[in-house]
Design a protein around this ligand. Structure first.
Ligand code: ZN
Ligand code: FE
Ligand code: FE
Ligand code: ZN
Length: 263
């Protein structure tokens, strides 16, 4: 089984279970490696309801660092939001903190938490293609910062089922994928989409083939917000990766990558 590089903790205020519970689940599934990547704290007031506070960040480390397992390698990372202005905090903080992997994700377009179920109704009132264009221009800007190792849930705007036709998505996403490739970043195959209304892994098969064509490497993540979601549908994720032509995945330790064959 592949490592699960995307798991949350209760500190983000919308996940359940203790980190020890996630580890028990990972051991039961014979996962060789897991990495906690909870939503980063933010000192500038960005989206405080969906993350730990700066004051809680030492608790995050204190919860995870004592975890031990003889069967599963445990790593500590972070899911860091890209938004215009995030560099002021992240450029220093991400280099000071000893993370194994930093996932860069976009959860906001301007003031709209577009992948938050609480604000999903707004999808019915917007120009869907224009929103996707805005989203992928942010993905390109995320890549250009060079701050992150992996792009999280690449086509997350599809979460509630609102999306342009595949050919339009391909045109919109291509420049962002070029910039991801230029930076040598990876993307994740994130199985949480299967648990959402869209019922599809992020990214779509078409986008994954486009990533493969550009030599963009992949990692795997469940985006678990509860212990039973660890390693969620990784068999389907592996099939998706192989069908797109992938034969390798990455492992990360202290943000240094190594290439390993897919199982
Ligand atoms: Zn979350
Ligand atoms: Fe996310
Ligand atoms: Fe996440
Ligand atoms: Zn996430």
């Amino acid at each position: 089984m592949m490592p699960d590089y995307h798991m949350h903790t209760y500190l983000c205020q919308h996940a359940q279970g203790t980190p020890a519970d996630y580890l028990i689940e990972a051991e039961a599934r014979a996962m060789p490696e897991i990495c906690f990547t909870d939503h980063m704290p933010s000192p500038d007031g960005y989206d405080p309801d969906s993350r730990m506070s700066m004051e809680q960040y030492p608790t995050y480390r204190a919860l995870l660092e004592p975890l031990r397992s003889t069967r599963t390698q445990i790593r500590v990372g972070i899911e860091a939001d890209y938004y215009p202005g995030c560099e002021r905090f992240l450029a220093g903080w991400l280099t000071r903190e000893p993370f194994d992997i930093v996932i860069g994700s976009i959860h906001y377009i301007a003031d709209w938490g577009f992948d938050n179920p609480r604000y999903a109704d707004r999808w019915k009132t917007v120009d869907v293609t224009a929103v996707w264009q805005s989203y992928f221009s942010l993905v390109g800007a995320l890549a250009d910062t060079g701050l992150f190792d992996v792009v999280g849930h690449l086509d997350v705007p599809k979460r509630f089922g609102f999306r342009p036709p595949d050919a339009v998505v391909a045109t919109i996403a291509a420049p962002a994928l070029d910039r991801i490739a230029d930076r040598g970043m990876a993307i994740e195959i994130n199985t949480s989409g299967l648990r959402r209304p869209v019922k599809e892994i992020y990214p779509s098969p078409g986008l994954l083939r486009m990533a493969r064509a550009r030599g963009i490497p992949i990692v795997f993540g469940s985006d678990a917000h509860a212990p039973h979601e660890v390693g969620w549908a990784f068999d389907q994720a592996l099939t998706l990766a192989r069908d797109a032509g992938y034969t390798e995945t990455l492992r990360f330790a202290r943000r240094v990558r190594s290439i390993v064959p897919l199982p």
